[in-house]
Design a protein around this ligand. Structure first.
Ligand SMILES: Cc1cc2nc3c(=O)[nH]c(=O)nc-3n(C[C@H](O)[C@H](O)[C@H](O)COP(=O)(O)OP(=O)(O)OC[C@H]3O[C@@H](n4cnc5c(N)ncnc54)[C@H](O)[C@@H]3O)c2cc1C
Length: 411
């Protein structure tokens, strides 16, 4: 027996970028919405930090961009890579026809807290933390709600629509019995912080050398470092020992030589496993999956957050009217998949190309990696840097907000 039951228009499982943005958009349009998030806060540092020009455009359309940009962030107008000794700019965002011609690097908890604060202005929005969905409630074929564990006992939420936005290990997709196409990923990531000094300046973002790749994200007081390793090789690296690992880092980024000692034990180095897949079917009556729950994204290009947010915007555009009416048909849910499947496939195709042609070769190689032809062309002709900027900064089908602001503001 549940300790509590709630009834709502839309129940969103997962308070990540997809779930929070969808929750905000629905509440803003006047739909009753409940977002369930299993963690007690948004304070996890492994979710990625990138807010892309197309997402910033969405914020501008919502009238919240200026306020958002007051939050701590860094603005990257170009993205570069260092291959051996060669430093090369591979994407130039300054030519995009968007209001913001940069990627904003912002810790994801800042972004999610900001969206939560905006959403809470609407009386139809409810965010319930520390609530882990464990099962779907069905009536025949139709999903009519979810069961969740909370510190106060079991909660049942009944709703016209359940949206699975619970990420790449989605419980919703598993309980719905959706089939997954596994696309494979040749790498995992070791994730760690090293302090940043003023004299470090703007370093290139990616460093590639014999058998190694290091990505460094500037978080002002510290570098968030992602060391890319062959899939499943974390135990081998741990066995060789922390001193050898520190030396590897210094070989890639000599300016870190003293700071690598901040990695005192393996507890300071987290393993993040990378997955890439997508569902054949994103919906069934009463249920839709979006974001990583529908298509787990590799970190290549740092585009998964943007794609998840674009899914949320498209879902709101397609479904608000039906949710306000109180009945959502399978045809309407299928429209979301029809709109978002192509950009997902295209993005995953590009990621697969980079994974197989660049990352796998670098990680498996013993020789100094040569600069690929395409990167040499980007180095020679600045004009060409606009194209990677479009793919990374805007994505394949950028969405625009078409839903009205009709929700009641809290008094
Ligand atoms: C190592 C790594 C680095 C990455 N770096 C970047 C990057 O820099 N930029 C980028 O754009 N993308 C990056 N990505 C991809 C990005 O993290 C995802 O594509 C993106 O977070 C998807 O957003 P989402 O909202 O769909 O899912 P998530 O961000 O995974 O959010 C899902 C939410 O659901 C909650 N949840 C899960 N299960 C339940 C449950 N049963 N009940 C209730 N709540 C639940 C989770 O706690 C979480 O808050 C990276 C991925 C990896 C693996």
């Amino acid at each position: 027996m549940p300790s509590k039951e709630i009834s709502t228009g839309c129940c969103i499982v997962g308070g990540g970028p997809a779930g929070m943005v969808l929750g905000y958009l629905l509440a803003r349009a006047g739909v009753e919405v409940v977002v369930l998030e299993k963690h007690a806060d948004f304070l996890r540092d492994f979710r990625g930090d990138t807010i892309h020009p197309s997402t910033l455009e969405v914020m501008s359309e919502l009238g919240i961009l200026d306020e958002f940009l007051k939050r701590p962030h860094q603005e990257a107008r170009e993205i570069g890579v260092q291959i051996g000794d060669a430093k090369i700019i591979i994407a130039d965002f300054t030519h995009l026809k968007t209001r913001c011609k940069f990627i904003a690097f912002m810790p994801q908890w800042e972004f999610l807290n900001f969206i939560a604060e905006r959403a809470k202005h609407y009386s139809s929005f409810q965010l319930i933390m520390q609530t882990e969905v464990t099962d779907l409630i069905t009536d025949g074929e139709r999903v009519v709600g979810v069961r969740a564990n909370t510190p106060q006992g079991m909660l049942e939420v009944r709703s016209e629509l359940v949206v699975g936005a619970d990420g790449r290990h989605s419980t919703v997709r598993e309980k719905a019995g959706f089939e997954t196409v596994d696309l494979g990923a040749p790498m995992d990531v070791l994730w760690m912080r090293l302090s940043r000094r003023l004299e470090d300046g703007g370093q290139t973002l990616g460093r590639v050398d014999t058998g190694r790749i290091l990505i460094m994200i500037d978080r002002e007081e510290y570098w968030q470092c992602a060391y890319v390793i062959r899939k499943g090789s974390a135990d081998e690296i741990r066995r060789i020992g922390l001193p050898a690992f520190r030396e590897e880092l210094v070989r890639l980024a000599p300016f870190l030589s003293e700071r690598v000692n901040e990695l005192v034990s393996w507890d300071d180095v987290k393993l993040l496993t990378v997955a890439a897949d997508r569902l054949g079917q994103w919906c069934r009556p009463g249920l839709l999956c979006i974001g990583d729950a529908a298509h787990a994204m590799s970190p290549v290009g740092g585009v998964g957050i943007n794609l998840a947010i674009q899914d949320a915007v498209a879902s709101a555009n397609v479904l608000v009217e039906a949710l306000l009416r109180g009945t959502v048909t399978i045809e309407e849910l299928s429209k979301v998949q029809a709109r978002r499947e192509w950009p997902t496939r295209m993005t995953q195709r590009v990621q697969g190309f980079v994974q197989n042609r660049v990352i796998e070769r670098v990680l498996g190689g013993n020789a100094q990696p040569s600069v690929p032809l395409v990167v040499r062309l980007l180095d020679r002709w600045r004009y060409l840097r606009r194209f990677p900027a479009i793919v990374v900064g805007l994505g394949f089908r950028p969405e625009h907000v078409k839903t009205p602001e009709a929700g009641k503001e809290m008094t």
